[in-house]
Design a protein around this ligand. Sequence first.
Ligand code: FAD
Length: 391
Amino acid sequence: MKNYDVVIIGAGASGLMCALTAGQRGRSILILDHTDRVGNKILVSGGGSCNFTNLYLDAEHYISGNPHFCKSALSRFSQYDFISLVEKYHVSYQERQLGQLFCNGNSVEILNFLLEECRLSGVKNLNRCTIKKIEKDNSFTVITNSEDYVTESLVIATGGLSMPTIGATGFGYEVAEQFGLKVQSRQPGLVPLTFSNDDLENYSDLSGISIDVDVSCNGQSFREALLFTHKGVSGPAVLQISNYWQPGEEVVINLLPNINLTETIKQWQKERPKMELKNLIGELLTRRVAHRWLELWYHNKPVNQYNEKEINEVADIFHVWRIRPSGTEGYKVAEVTRGGIDTDELSSKTFEARKMKGLYFIGEVVDVTGWLGGYNLQWAWSSGYCAGQFV
Ligand SMILES: Cc1cc2nc3c(=O)[nH]c(=O)nc-3n(C[C@H](O)[C@H](O)[C@H](O)COP(=O)(O)OP(=O)(O)OC[C@H]3O[C@@H](n4cnc5c(N)ncnc54)[C@H](O)[C@@H]3O)c2cc1C
């Protein structure tokens, strides 16, 4: 048996940040991971360019059973703290839209400096390690396929369920249950939504078309791009709203968020009276979507032939498109897992389990889910750093 001050299970974003922070405090650290390389999700993040944080970091951009839980960690290790690290290693980056910071080069640059910081603090890292069992006596014993490790501080940083192909498992939830901690139900988050059978028939051939929309569900709305897919809808607006959607619920989409269609049609009646409505709306939206909507939901004719009531009805079908998704595309493609270890079970300062001294949970495994745009990695950095100060 080998002894370490801290054993971290999961060599992803939060585990590495916790390791390097605790390592800098002189603690002896071992990170265990069952895959053959560390930081798989960092590597695939942001389409390979890692959207590593967001300038507009705010607790309101996170979903959790307790919306206040994330505040302390986000303020103790903020976007600027991570940016300092990025700049220390001369990684060039840019702000894209909505405060999202991406590497100009490759995500591997982020992973490399995390590994370098771990190396400098003497962190030991073991891959292809299967955890068979965790036992608790005075200390924790982690029984693996190779050796057994004893530690006073055991950190669970195994992430969520999304993308099992690159290493995701439900291990963290099982450990929580083993020690009697409550776990909130899990659902895929930041995930494309799938059409019902009727909608599939109506819209699946629009696959590939992207439009700027306003999408709403459960009192939350996002103004970003929607992408039609052959299974349903995706794109940033839909991924964002998927975090708020519950099975069976309706999603409302405004296809012309910039325009008051009622007023615009009245204007057209004066200026372009003989033009067919579908072609005029096609100039604002895409032609195929405008034509399809009028084929499906209204009658098309020259614009001067619509009366007041009809104008309002036409405006409604474009401003208020209601869909009731049949589901999501699931963990195979989801960027995150909503739900997880109940935040009531953890200290928001140290991430230690209230019921089990020495056991910590950090990162995505906890019931804190960020918006699209660098928020989830920032949560991993912030929670990893805070736990790293205490383990
Ligand atoms: C395709 C994709 C793109 C993304 N892009 C972004 C982005 O650009 N910006 C952003 O903010 N967020 C992004 N995310 C989300 C972000 O990557 C995660 O929220 C973040 O990595 C979570 O960090 P974590 O440390 O909690 O878990 P992870 O980074 O998932 O790390 C968990 C680690 O635990 C290991 N593990 C799991 N089970 C076991 C087990 N049983 N035994 C041993 N080890 C185990 C895994 O192999 C993994 O190494 C993206 C996610 C995906 C899937």
